[in-house]
Design a protein around this ligand. Structure first.
Ligand code: ADP
Ligand code: MG
Length: 250
């Protein structure tokens, strides 16, 4: 189980996360929605320690830490529990697909190169890139680059993979190949926290949807509830805007 309690984060006087509580059980697929600037990326970055939250608690199963006095050792232990898939892939352009996946395993995880390459090939096979090991990012489509990004996160065998708008930089015809990889991962029981506005993905795959605005969770629940009977006016407004959503009772 991943649990975050009362996470707060400000950039100077801009409060970006204002007491966020989320609980994710193993195998859950949680979709996080919210308007631009509501704090979604910052939340994922705090969970992955790319950003340091000002306060709050984070727990992965039996390891718990308080952001106000977290140690480097805790950070290094807890960071291993999450993988991150970036909006813009974040691949090394001067490295092949295979090296992009393997490099973190070798340097951050201290896995032997032989083992790291074996894991990396398996991960690339899983995202349908068996024939692209030696291709550089510039030789791959955006969808293929993002699949390398997913393979890289998956290869670390994290407790949860955090996806930050993984398809929003893609041309429309490439979105479905990435979503189908994500759906397969979900079906296999991968625990996922996904920022996306792909409603079909949320409806089909998520077991929990969280809507946040201005650094707070406005509403959360199963997709059938959030999408068909949103309770909060702010949620209704948002869904109407992104989805032209009109067929629920107001
Ligand atoms: P979202 O992903 O929901 O669009 P973000 O988490 O990216 O939202 O941003 C939330 C707010 O935090 C925005 O007002 C943004 O300008 C601010 N912000 C994000 N990162 C930084 C940063 N590194 N320094 C200062 N402000 C930031
Ligand atoms: Mg964002």
């Amino acid at each position: 189980m991943l649990e975050i309690k009362n996470i707060c984060k400000s950039f100077k006087d801009n409060t970006v996360l204002d007491g966020i509580n989320i609980k994710i059980e193993k195998g859950d697929v949680v979709v996080l929605l919210g308007p631009s600037g509501s704090g979604k990326t910052t939340l994922l970055r705090c969970i992955n320690f790319l950003e340091k939250a000002d306060s709050g608690l984070i727990t992965f199963d039996d390891v718990s830490a308080d952001f106000t006095n977290i140690t480097k050792k805790d950070i290094s232990t807890l960071r291993k529990k999450t993988g991150f898939v970036f909006q813009n892939y974040n691949l090394f352009n001067n490295k092949t697909a295979l090296d992009n996946v393997a490099i973190g395993l070798i340097h951050a995880r201290k896995i032997s190169p032989e083992e790291a390459y074996k894991i990396s090939k398996n991960a690339l096979d899983k995202v349908g890139l068996k024939d692209k090991y030696d291709f550089y990012p510039s030789q791959l489509s955006g969808g293929q680059q993002q699949r390398v990004g997913i393979a890289r996160a998956f290869a670390f065998n994290p407790y949860v993979i955090l996806f930050d708008e993984p398809t929003s930089a893609l041309d429309p015809e490439l979105i479905s190949e990435v979503l189908s990889i994500m759906k397969n991962l979900a079906k296999e029981g991968t625990t996922m926290l996904v920022v996306t506005h792909e409603m079909s993905f949320a409806q089909e795959v998520a077991n929990q949807v969280i809507f946040m605005d201005k650094g707070k969770i406005v509403e959360q629940g199963p997709p059938a509830d959030i999408f068909t009977h949103p309770k909060e006016e702010r949620t209704k407004q948002f869904l109407r805007r992104i989805n032209n959503y009109t067929d629920y009772a107001i």
